[in-house]
Design a protein around this ligand. Structure first.
Ligand code: S3P
Length: 185
């Protein structure tokens, strides 16, 4: 269906990028990569420790490096970290593939994040709902640059994966006439 083109999942923390990404990879016969996990492997530190010891700017630089290293690969579903959309150069890499925004309301994000406490340095301290709302307000126009939007609020990750494939198919079908026209000229 995707002819080897990578799929990049973007969206807020708690939107299900890693869980849904694994399911999508299995269904597409693709490999699965998780940018945060690769950053942890190459740096030998957890994301939380990188933020605490070297700061966010250092984490963002690693994030761009890892994204750049991943982009020449084909046949991959890539789960990104929620802040990957912030750096403009990252979009140059993301747009090598198809970018999918897993979007879910704050209530849903909150519920999922509360099940994994302490993992996310940007949410440490203060009111979790306020912080999430603030980050979403700063980022939603960037997430909106995705090629495909998916409602990721379903409780079951398999349902979100199913919806993603459905939306992708629709999007690819929309693009087909343009490709034909282009070939004719
Ligand atoms: C971040 C999201 C995290 C991780 C880091 C920063 C963000 O990834 O990259 O804590 O800026 O939203 P997840 O979206 O996988 O939680």
């Amino acid at each position: 269906m995707l002819k080897g083109v990578n799929l990049y999942l973007i969206g807020m923390m708690g939107s299900g990028k890693s869980t849904v990404g694994r399911l999508l990879a299995a269904q597409l016969g693709y490999g699965f990569l998780d940018l945060d996990q690769i950053i942890e492997q190459v740096s030998g530190q957890s994301v939380a420790d990188i933020f605490a010891e070297q700061g966010e700017a250092h984490f963002r630089a690693l994030e761009t490096q890892v994204l750049a290293a991943v982009s020449p690969y084909t046949c991959k579903v890539v789960a990104t970290g929620g802040g990957v959309v912030l750096a403009r150069p990252n979009w140059g890499y993301l747009h090598y593939g198809i970018v999918v925004w897993l979007d879910a309301p704050i209530e849903v994000l909150l519920k999922r994040i509360e099940q994994q406490p302490g993992k996310r340095p940007l949410l440490a301290g203060g009111d979790l709902r306020d912080r999430l709302q603030e980050l979403l307000a700063q980022r939603s126009f960037l997430y909106d640059e995705a090629d495909v939007w998916v409602d990721a609020s379903a409780d079951e990750p398999v349902e979100v994966a199913r919806l993603t494939l459905e939306r992708l198919e629709l999007r690819l079908a929309e693009d087909r006439p343009a490709v034909r026209d282009h070939q004719k000229n």
